[in-house]
Ligand binder design. Structure first.
Ligand SMILES: [Zn+2]
Length: 169
């Protein structure tokens, strides 16, 4: 089932998520829905907080479903390594229509659990490393706009507020 994606300004999007404790049917349904929602958007990553669930779960697929092996489901992830630097345009399904250049490490290693509770470690470079860090931010209640400074950030926030006032957000 495709779930509605919360937009910037929705309080649930801006709250940190709690660790998953039960690998039950509810979690499996959530993960299936998140995968379906991500592909339908389409996007390369989606965190549970974006569909209003405060659980430390995200899905990512830089192939957007073209390669079945591209799909990564991460439960209770934590960074074990991060290094390098990349500077690229970044967007977010919760902030449609806006992009900004965000500095991120170019490589990231995440350790967490898969959807069945088995431990997994995934090393990512380039775009996937960026996606990992973007989704990890979501699990802390943070979005890419929060990583911007000064006028770059103010400009986006003001334009979103204007869209909200006009009922277009
Ligand atoms: Zn996002």
């Amino acid at each position: 089932m495709i779930r509605p994606i919360l937009r910037y300004g929705d309080s649930l999007l801006h709250q940190p998520a709690a660790p998953v404790e039960a690998f039950d049917d509810g979690l499996q349904r959530l993960i299936d829905d998140m995968i379906e929602t991500m592909y339908a958007a389409p996007g390369i990553g989606l965190a549970a907080t974006q569909v209003g669930v405060r659980a430390r779960v995200f899905v990512a697929d830089t192939t957007v479903g073209r390669d079945r092996k591209g799909l990564i489901v991460m439960v209770n992830p934590a960074f074990v390594e991060r290094d390098g630097m990349q500077l690229e345009e970044e967007g977010c399904l919760s902030i449609p229509g806006f992009n900004a250049t965000v500095v991120r490490p170019s490589r990231a290693v995440l350790r967490g659990l898969d959807r069945h509770g088995e431990e997994q470690t995934v090393e990512a470079k380039g775009l996937l490393a960026r996606a990992f860090q973007h989704e990890m931010d979501h699990l802390e209640g943070m979005v890419f706009v929060d990583r911007l400074r000064g006028i770059k950030r103010d400009l986006i926030v003001r334009r979103i507020q204007k869209l909200k006032r006009g009922g277009k957000w």
